[in-house]
Design a protein around this ligand. Sequence first.
Ligand SMILES: C=CC1=C(C)c2cc3[nH]c(cc4nc(cc5[nH]c(cc1n2)c(C)c5CCC(=O)O)C(CCC(=O)O)=C4C)c(C)c3C=C
Ligand SMILES: [Fe+2]
Ligand SMILES: [Fe+2]
Length: 380
Amino acid sequence: MSVTEHHLTEPNTRAIMKYIASTTFNHKQSLKTGILLVNLGTPDAPDAPSLRRYLKEFLSDPRVVEMPRLIWWMILNGIILNIRPKRSAKAYQSVWTEQGSPLRIHLEEQTRQLINRYESALGDSITNRCIEIDYAMRYGQPSVDSVLQKMMHAGVNKIIVLPLYPQYSAATTGSTFDAIAKTLTRFRQVPELHFISHYHDHPAFIQAIGNKIKRYWQQSGKAQKLIFSYHGIPKRYFDNGDPYHCECYKTSRLIAEYLELNEDEYMTTFQSRFGREEWLKPYTDETLKLLPQQGVKSVQMVCPGFSADCLETIEEIGIENRGYFMDAGGEQYEYIEALNSDLDHIEMMYQLTSNYIGDTLNQQDVLMRSQQALKFGAEK
Ligand SMILES: C=CC1=C(C)c2cc3[nH]c(cc4nc(cc5[nH]c(cc1n2)c(C)c5CCC(=O)O)C(CCC(=O)O)=C4C)c(C)c3C=C
Ligand SMILES: [Fe+2]
Ligand SMILES: [Fe+2]
């Protein structure tokens, strides 16, 4: 028995077992592409134990909370995980539906719609074309690790990851990359990898939101101000070089240009503060409390940092901030929904990902031709 054959049949040392072989290598194996949509994640149920599990995983991520680990471990386990799960569970109960958490429902539907979009473009099932499309959650289930492993074991050798965060932040997109890399470091054969790190200024994204706002105006008319509200991050992360703040402002500017708005017709604010340190300003809640006394009595809210409606848009923007504005003397407050599974949004996902698929389809043709040649004995 030769050395190579021995390795293949009897991987008998720890060194050989260290890396997972996704599939047994096969010369005739066709190229298989995986498209993975990733969003933040959500608790399994709107109750305190589920929230505790979810928040523990989320807030233990060093990309999310950049603080000396030991100090943060004590604050998280000693204070936050004893108080926040109960409070957050209440908030989640107000948005929960019979099918579950809105964020999960939207991500599932977005995935289904993207599969449909590919199938209509290919005129064939994606399975026949060696494409797999799936979704994963950065925190909670289905985990990035489980879905990526499933793809690898199905023989996927090229992966396109689309984290559904238009604006890059280390806390979200960066952390998604960590999870992908962590799984792949365990594999023997690392796939070709395309990681889409942002799309905050992509024309298909700007048009999708711009058109959504235009459609809203056609039905309900314009308010005095359009407010672009983004999830915040600590100002310290921005000071340390996170491009998130600039990408949010650029998204707002591009949408405003698309809508031909003057500078005094729109503004950018940041919501969802967490903890005591300063976050990106202006804060959404404080702005809404001040606007009525400055003469702004009607606002329309839009959240271009959220690819799907979730707790932070439905409850925080739809309910909580409405209260601040109306209590301060506001008269009309409207929330324009996230892109969710809108056709334009799915089209954008198709454009972003198929950009990297094209050559696979061509390579598949080349591979089919060479397999044909093998059959006829032209190549060995
Ligand atoms: C869209 C981008 C997001 C950034 C940037 C972000 C940063 C960030 N978030 C927290 C803490 C919490 N966020 C929570 C919910 C939540 N956050 C995002 C997105 C971003 N977060 C989404 C889409 C959601 C909603 C998920 C859902 O299930 O609907 C929560 C949980 C809710 C709560 O208890 O308030 C926390 C906590 C930090 C610290 C952070 C830092 C940069
Ligand atoms: Fe968040
Ligand atoms: Fe900036």
